[in-house]
Write a new protein. Structure first.
Length: 425
């Protein structure tokens, strides 16, 4: 097992959860099993009692869409942030304390980043947050949020840059091309300020970093041909079929994300853990621990990918980040998704320049560049978010919680008013 006590190797824990539009009801269950896998109280323990240096938590479908589009996401994530921090500190092995480094939310996608007070939180600087929408007309029903910060080197050098991106991409199995387009849009429009000591004033993409972590409900599906023997097995005995790791390993070859990553059409330079080691995270029956919905082919829609600057572009499947744990949490039953969690041990820092941070090495044929119209697209999308959100919210109000009923009531009311006006004149 990797040496968890190597003090120069940071331990990063990342969790991601699509809460199924539940708003303040999205986390009724205790968070220990999801966010604290290194602690003794957890049901799946690491062998070492070392708390993570960095905790990262991403959410998708944070609250009902009409409220998210209307801009009411912040109170929900503020409540969630306080609850998560209290749980982390309550169950940390030595009662370590944590501070919030970054918080960002756009519609239903949110990201929280915490650092240990006796380590990262004392030195972190240059904190930035960003957001972008990739829905219709760049609306935020789909898209990403990101956080970036710098950790100076112990010798006073510029140190390393950490970038975390939480995304929610287009749904449904046939929409593979749209998911790839979503990803490329995020690369071009989720932009951060220039790097330290950079002579350029241009914004930078998420790839201009020392360490990159990409998480969320990415919505890539298992696309299994109908004649395949597993297709019928999944329909007749879903849970039993997926209980076998050998079956899941066979099924992974039909995972759209894995295939596109191998082809180099998306997630260039990013690595994924052995996701087939755990059960598919989607789509479950609400209230069920292990019962899948018959409406969708079970898939690993929820993922956590990563890369570090010492990774070689010539070895796309190998990373110097050690993946200690990658799993889903079946006990959560209030969403059709299961939360996932990943525990990553970063490599020891490599001596570098005192005035420029080390950056990811990408394939020679891949050069991500900022979209020159990124700001215009983002704010056009946000304007539409608010317009659609407020109208939707009003119809929902008129319909006592149902937008459809609200529209019906509005049409009936408009007709009655027109009739009254015509008869009173």
């Amino acid at each position: 097992m990797a040496d968890l006590h190597a003090k120069d190797r940071l331990l990063v824990q990342i969790g991601s959860y699509n809460t199924n539009l539940q708003g303040g009801k999205g986390l009724p269950q205790d968070l220990v099993d999801w966010l604290s896998p290194t602690l003794q109280v957890s049901t799946f323990l690491s062998r070492e009692r070392r708390p993570p240096d960095i905790f990262v938590v991403g959410f998708q479908e944070l609250l009902p869409l009409h409220l998210g589009l209307s801009g009411f996401s912040r109170p929900v994530i503020n409540e969630r942030e306080a609850h998560i921090k209290s749980q982390i500190e309550m169950h940390s092995p030595n009662k370590e304390s944590y501070s919030l480094i970054a918080k960002v939310v756009n519609v239903g996608v949110a990201l929280l980043v915490y650092g240990r007070d006796d380590g990262i939180a004392r030195t972190v600087c240059d904190v930035q947050t960003q957001w972008t929408g990739s829905g219709p007309a760049y609306m935020g029903n789909k898209g990403a949020v990101g956080a970036r910060f710098r950790v100076p080197a112990a010798d006073g050098g510029v140190g390393e840059i950490f970038t975390f991106v939480c995304a929610h991409l287009t749904a449904h199995e046939p929409n593979l091309a749209r998911r790839i387009a979503d990803y490329n849009h995020i690369v071009g429009s989720l932009l951060f300020d220039p790097l330290p000591s950079s002579a350029s004033l241009s914004k930078t993409t998420m790839y201009s970093t020392s360490h990159l972590f990409f998480l969320g409900d990415l919505n890539f599906r298992v696309s299994l041909p109908e004649p395949h023997p597993l297709s019928q097995q999944l329909k007749t005995s879903t849970a039993e079929t997926l209980n076998k790791e050998s079956t899941r390993e066979e099924l992974k070859e039909y995972d759209q994300l894995l295939r596109e990553r191998r082809k180099g059409s998306a997630f260039i330079g990013l690595k994924d853990g052995e996701f087939w080691k755990f059960q598919c995270s989607y789509k479950y029956q609400l209230g069920a621990v292990d019962k899948y919905s018959s409406k969708r082919t079970p898939s690993w829609t929820d993922r956590i990918l990563y890369s570090t600057y010492t990774d070689s572009p010539d070895k796309p499947n190998e990373s110097n980040i050690t993946n200690l744990l990658y799993t889903s949490i079946p006990s959560y039953t209030t969403s059709d998704h299961k939360p996932i969690v990943c525990l990553l041990l970063l490599p020891s820092p490599v001596p570098s320049s005192r005035d420029s941070p080390p950056l990811l090495r990408l394939p020679a044929n891949y050069n991500p560049v900022p979209d020159r119209y990124a700001t215009l697209k983002r704010y056009c999308g946000r304007s539409l978010d608010r317009i659609v959100g407020y109208i939707w919210w009003l119809f929902t109000l008129f319909g006592a919680g149902s937008a459809v009923v609200g529209i019906f009531n509005f049409i009936v009311g408009l007709g009655a008013w027109s009739w009254w006006k015509s008869n009173s004149s």
